[in-house]
Design a protein around this ligand. Structure first.
Ligand SMILES: *Cc1c(COP(=O)(O)O)cnc(C)c1O
Length: 488
C-alpha cells in the first residue's frame, strides 16, 4: 500500500518512507491511498485473540514491506509487561450500555503510550528499509504527556537518541519529575525559560536551520519528530478501536455487527481520527463523538463548518486538550474533500486563522461525528457524580468525554457506547481530589489512593525519591546550543 500527501496526490511513497519522513515536504500529512476492508468474520476471528494478536492483524494490513515476523516482534515488545495489565487496553463497564476503554496502563499512565511504545520499532525498522545510515535524534517540545511517553518509548533504543524540552513553569510536578528522572543512555531533558509556545517555537526553529542540519549530518546525525502527525503514531491507535469492539462483544453486551458509539476527549484530533479510520475499514461504529473542553474550536467546526482559531486560549484542568489548531483534522478533510480543498483550507488557516467548508463537506462530517464541550466546573461535577454513583474514578480529560456523552444521551436515543479514557486519574491527582471535595494535603497520590480505595500506579509511586538526572534549564535563544552539545 502506498501513501499520499494530503496536499499533493502525486507524492506517492511506501509506508516505511512515510514513517521515516514524518511530514511530507509540501507540509502535508501522509495518508494511505485506500483503506483496507475488514469483514465481520475478520472481527469475529479477533474476539478471542489477545491485544498483541489484534494489533498484528490490523497493523499488517497497512505495512506491506514489513514481514509478519517483524510485526509480531514489534507487538510483543510494545505491548508486553511494560503494561500493568494483560489486556493492555481493558474495557471497564459501569453499566450494560457503557464502558471506559482504559488506554493508560502503560509506562507513563497516559494514552500516548499506546502509540509511543510502538513508534520506535516502526521508525528504526523504517530507517533500515529506506537505507538511512545516520543516527536519528528525536527532538520534542512537550506540554507534559508527550515528552515523557516519547522518552519512555525511545530510551535505550539502538540507533536513536532523544531530547525533550519542556516549559520551566508550564508542567505539573508529577509531569516534571517523570521527565527529569528518566533513565536511559541516549536521552536528554532540559527546561526552557518560558511557556509551551516558547519551547515549541524554539524546536521548530532548530528543525528549520539548514546549517545546523548540515553540521549534524557531518557528525552522523539527523533530527526527526515524534509528534502525532507521523503515520507511525496514528496506525497503532486504530487497533484499540477494534480491540474495544471485540471486548464489548465478548462481554455478551453487544451482538457482533451491532453498532457501538465512541466518545473521545480530543485535542489534536489524532485519537478520534483513528476511530474514524476503523469505521471506514468496516468496524460497526455508530457515532464518533468529539468531546472538547472550553477550547471548543472543534465543537464549533462540527456544528457549523467554520474553523476559527481566533479566540481566547483557555488554560483548563484538562491541559492535553488545550489546543486551538488540531493538526490531524487535515487527514479527515483530505478524505472527505480532496487535496485541492485541503490546500485552500490550510492556506486560509495560515493567512486568516480561519476557514469554512461547504454544505456537502459538513454533511459528510456530521454523518459520522457528533460533538460537545464542557467547562472545568462541569468536568469536576462529572468526576464526583460518577464516583459517588458507581465508584468509578476518571481523570479530568476522560471526564470531559463522559459529561458530553451523558448530555447527548439525554437528547436522543443512542447506541451502547465506549468512552475513550486517556489518562490515569493519578496523573492529574490534585484536580481529581479537588473534584471529589477531598483535602489535597502534602501527598496528592496517597490522598487519592486513600479516598478512592485504588492503588497508585507503579510508574508514579516513589517518583519523588528517584534521582534527578536532568536539572538544567536554558533561555529559549540557546536551545540550539543545548542540542548541539547533546549530539557532540
Ligand atoms: C494527548 C491527550 C489527549 C488528546 O488526544 P488527541 O489525539 O491529541 O486528540 C487527551 N487526553 C490526554 C490525557 C492526552 O494526553
Amino acid at each position: 500500500m502506498k501513501y499520499y500527501s494530503t496536499r499533493d496526490e502525486s507524492i506517492k511513497i511506501s509506508a516505511a518512507q512515510a514513517i521515516a519522513k514524518g511530514l511530507a515536504s509540501d507540509g502535508g500529512l501522509f495518508v494511505p491511498e485506500s483503506l483496507p476492508k475488514v469483514t465481520l468474520e475478520d472481527i469475529a476471528a479477533l474476539i478471542n485473540a489477545d491485544y498483541r494478536a489484534r494489533a498484528k492483524s490490523i497493523m499488517s494490513l497497512f505495512l506491506e514491506e514489513f514481514s509478519a515476523e517483524e510485526i509480531e516482534k514489534f507487538t510483543a515488545e510494545a505491548y508486553g509487561d511494560n503494561f500493568d495489565c494483560e489486556a493492555v487496553a481493558p474495557l471497564s463497564f459501569v453499566d450494560e450500555q457503557t464502558a471506559f476503554l482504559e488506554l493508560w496502563h502503560g509506562p507513563t499512565c497516559a494514552f500516548k503510550d499506546m502509540a509511543l511504545q510502538m513508534l520506535p520499532h516502526l521508525l528504526t525498522a523504517s530507517l533500515k528499509k529506506t537505507g538511512e545510515d545516520k543516527t536519528v535524534c528525536i527532538l520534542v517540545a512537550t506540554s507534559g504527556d508527550t515528552g515523557k511517553a516519547a522518552l519512555e518509548g525511545f530510551a535505550d533504543v539502538e540507533g536513536t537518541k532523544i531530547f525533550v524540552f519542556y516549559p520551566k513553569d508550564g508542567v505539573s510536578d508529577i509531569q516534571r519529575l517523570q521527565m527529569v528522572t528518566q533513565s536511559g543512555e541516549n536521552v536528554g531533558v532540559c527546561a526552557v525559560v518560558g511557556n509551551f509556545d516558547d519551547a515549541q517555537t524554539g524546536v521548530k526553529r532548530i528543525f528549520g536551520n539548514s546549517d545546523f542540519a548540515a553540521s549534524l549530518a557531518e557528525r552522523g546525525f539527523f533530527l526527526s519528530s515524534a509528534n502525532s502527525i507521523n503515520w507511525g503514531r496514528l496506525l497503532p491507535q486504530i487497533v484499540y478501536y477494534f480491540s474495544a469492539y471485540c471486548d464489548f462483544v465478548k462481554s455478551g453486551k453487544l451482538a457482533l455487527g451491532a453498532k457501538l458509539d465512541f466518545c473521545v476527549p480530543t485535542g489534536n484530533f489524532g485519537n478520534i481520527l483513528a476511530g474514524w479510520y476503523a469505521k471506514q475499514m468496516g468496524l460497526p461504529v455508530g457515532r464518533l463523538i468529539c468531546a472538547s473542553n472550553e477550547n471548543n474550536v472543534l465543537t464549533e467546526f462540527i456544528e457549523k463548518g467554520v474553523y476559527d482559531k481566533n479566540r481566547p486560549f483557555h488554560t483548563t484542568i484538562s491541559p492535553s486538550m488545550d489546543i486551538l489548531v488540531s493538526s490531524n483534522l487535515e487527514r479527515l478533510l483530505y478524505a472527505i474533500a480532496g487535496s485541492e480543498k485541503v490546500r485552500e483550507y490550510m492556506s486560509a488557516l495560515g493567512e486568516k486563522g480561519c476557514y469554512h467548508v461547504d454544505e456537502a463537506v459538513l454533511a459528510a462530517i456530521k454523518a459520522d461525528f457528533g460533538c460537545g464541550c464542557c467547562d472545568d466546573a462541569e468536568t469536576k461535577k462529572a468526576i464526583r457524580g460518577l464516583f459517588e454513583e458507581k465508584g468509578y474514578l476518571m481523570d479530568t480529560h476522560t471526564a470531559v468525554a463522559y459529561k458530553v456523552l451523558c448530555e447527548q444521551r439525554e437528547a436522543a436515543e443512542a447506541n451502547p457506547a465506549v468512552i475513550v479514557s486517556t489518562a490515569s486519574p493519578y496523573k492529574f491527582a490534585v484536580d481529581v481530589l479537588d473534584a471529589l471535595g477531598a483535602e489535597v494535603g502534602e501527598d496528592a497520590l496517597s490522598a487519592l489512593s486513600e479516598k478512592s480505595g485504588t492503588k497508585i500506579p507503579a510508574p508514579l509511586s516513589g517518583l519523588g525519591e528517584r534521582a534527578v538526572r536532568f536539572d538544567s534549564f536554558t533561555e529559549k535563544e540557546k536551545m540550539i546550543e543545548v542540542v548541539g552539545e547533546f549530539l557532540k
